[in-house]
Write a protein that binds this ligand. Structure first.
Ligand code: ADP
Ligand code: ZN
Length: 589
């Protein structure tokens, strides 16, 4: 019902906009003013032949000769023009009440845009696509030819790299089939909303030059049992008829959520049927068909394991929130068709939009353009972007992270710097490949290291080192902000550290006091009380290790601060950045 209403409202707005534009255009062209060049205009002012000028901000300047006839010329939009005209005894009328053609266009355009925005937000709110509801044959399968390439997706270089292979597979499936290589049939893109998952899927289709079919998981969740499953079969039948293609299923969680207990009623049955239909369709592909299914979700951990098994959606690619460099790229990309005033510094905008997704950045520029249009300016000014910034931030959901405070960023920066620095200092064989303070679906910030090839045996010192590396986040926080200001950010680290330490003591006989006994065996044989002993030993050792890490960081505080500060500045550091910073610091003494 709501949908139908908005449809009418939009139609109404559009009709009104067109009508009013036409009306004013008609009025505007009624008495055709004489077109003169700006030079001619200046000459006529000097000769005293101009009586009146209507001054405004559009690119045309209108006025009247002394004989009352109208003229029009180019508007230099020069500061001081008004004064110089007044000094020549010309009547100057600021013409903002009387509407201009351009103004009509821009406001009609803005109205239409607002209409479209309202329309889409309503559409999203109801969570379903138009034209799908209640129909049994699935009409939404409309192949789309996309011209989008990886260049249109800023950032996410690692994801693009790994998708390159998929593109090659779609283009030459025989090449892989010949060698018996099984390539992914299903890929899952996971990451926060608006990070460009849909865009990336389109780019895969575009790069492979095959049709793109887009559906949403919620299209398949129906009230009638069996309808979802039959739609899935329909979808794949149609997809096959196009030959090679990319099928994109947005919001896969709508039909692939973890099955929760047995208490749920009929609705779940329906979803199971739908899910099973999807899985059996996917395993029915021939290896050289060149059909790939890409599904998107905000969170990987809510998905049913059945979906993630080998041969199904077994390739998982995180699409990340952009860091400062990627934000600049995205801004530049979306500013291409928008005239920016010279005062706009996109680098600064990128700096001030921490935790903005690509969609939000695009939205920001769009809002700014609408504001500029409303001002009847022909360029987007820095203030438009500032104003738009507040609109976008205020309008965004609480869930997303653009509200993260400066303090949280500092904490994350020191925490991650601690992990990275301690790794470099005590276990340089583990290369730190990336540190970031941009949150991922796994939590705030993160650092990744390449651990050298697995040994058959783990040495005690390697295990202790890995505990120290885990504790380094907390240690850095303590050092930078004081013991009273430590945060919950270390939860996962402590979990890992505890697990490793427990194993060392209970299973590997790596502690003097607990000895060479296997504590599981002891426990099973009735020696329950020895668990307390282990607990005490673990606490003691963990405290010692934390102290060691803290001392290490204290001795290298300069490096820690330098790393944290450059993280705050650049948000993401790769191995080269890290080398550079550490070297520069060492040389400086
Ligand atoms: P998701 O599917 O992850 O919710 P979308 O692909 O729908 O996100 O992104 C919405 C819009 O945001 C895109 O159409 C694009 O205009 C913009 N966008 C998001 N991420 C990027 C990016 N990395 N590069 C360029 N534009 C982006
Ligand atoms: Zn940590």
């Amino acid at each position: 019902m709501k949908k139908i209403k908005t449809k009418y409202i939009i139609a109404g707005i559009l009709i009104l906009a067109v009508l009013s534009a036409a009306f004013f255009l008609y009025r505007g062209t009624h008495s055709e003013p004489e077109k003169i060049s700006y030079n001619k205009f200046l000459q006529l002012t000097k000769e005293g032949k101009i009586q009146k000028v209507y001054l405004d901000n559009t690119d045309k300047l209108q006025g009247e000769y002394t004989d009352g006839e109208a003229f029009i010329t180019d508007n230099p939009r020069m500061e001081g023009l008004k004064e110089s005209l007044l000094l020549q005894n010309i009547v100057v009328e600021e013409k903002d009440q009387s509407l201009q053609k351009e103004q009509i266009f821009t406001s009609a355009f803005a109205l239409a845009l607002i209409g479209v925005v309202v329309y889409f937000s309503q559409k999203n709110a109801s969570g379903q696509k138009m034209g799908v509801i209640g129909k049994s044959s699935f009409n939404a399968v409309i192949p789309e030819k996309t011209n989008i390439s990886f260049d249109d997706v800023a950032g996410n270089e690692e994801a693009k790299e790994s998708l390159q292979e998929l593109v090659d597979f779609i283009k030459n499936p025989e090449k892989y089939a010949r060698l018996g290589a099984r390539l992914p049939r299903g890929v899952i893109f996971y990451g926060s909303p608006g990070t460009g998952k849909t865009l990336m899927a389109k780019a895969v289709a575009g790069e492979s030059n095959v049709p793109f079919i887009s559906v949403s998981g919620s299209d398949f969740v129906q009230v009638y049992v069996g309808l979802g499953a039959s739609r899935i079969r329909d979808l794949f039948k149609k997809a096959r008829s196009f030959g090679k293609c990319v099928i994109f299923i947005d919001e896969i969680d709508a039909l692939g959520k973890k099955r929760s207990g047995s208490l749920d009623s009929g609705g779940n049955d329906e979803r199971d049927q739908t899910l099973n239909a999807l899985l059996s369709e996917m395993s029915g592909f021939e290896d050289n068909e060149g059909i790939v299914v890409i599904a998107a979700t905000n969170r990987l951990d809510v998905l049913d394991e059945a979906l993630l098994r080998p041969g199904r959606f077994d390739r998982h690619i995180e699409i990340q929130l952009p860091d400062i460099r990627s934000r600049l790229k995205i801004l530049k990309l979306h500013a291409k068709n928008k005239p920016l005033d010279n005062g706009v510094d996109l680098e600064e905008v990128a700096q001030n939009t921490v935790y903005f997704s690509g969609a939000k950045l695009e939205n920001l520029l769009n809002e700014a353009a609408i504001l500029a249009a409303r001002r009847c300016s022909d360029k987007i000014h820095a203030e438009d972007i500032v104003k738009a910034f507040y609109t976008v931030v205020a309008g965004s959901e609480k869930k997303d992270r653009s509200g993260i405070s400066q303090e949280d960023r500092r904490v994350t920066a020191f925490h991650e710097a601690g992990h990275a620095l301690v790794t470099r200092l005590i276990a340089p064989e583990n290369r730190v490949t990336r540190i970031t303070i941009i949150p991922s679906t796994k939590g705030a910030g993160g650092f990744s290291m390449n651990i050298p090839p697995d040994r058959m045996y783990h040495r005690k010192r390697d295990m202790e080192n890995s505990i120290k590396i885990a504790l380094a986040g907390r240690a850095a926080e303590e050092l930078a902000f004081g013991t009273e200001n430590i945060t919950t950010g270390a939860a996962n680290d402590l979990e890992k550290a505890t697990e490793t330490l427990l194993n060392m003591f209970r299973r590997f006989g790596m502690n003097k006091r607990s000895g060479l006994l296997n504590y599981d065996v002891l426990y099973n044989n009735g020696f329950q009380q020895v668990q307390d002993e282990i607990l005490e030993e673990c606490r003691k050792r963990m405290d010692e290790l934390l102290k060691e890490v803290k001392n290490l960081l204290k001795e290298n505080k300069k490096l820690l601060v330098a790393l944290a500060e450059s993280l705050l500045l650049k948000e993401t550091l790769d191995e080269k950045d890290l080398d550079f910073i550490l070297q520069a610091c060492e040389q400086a003494g």
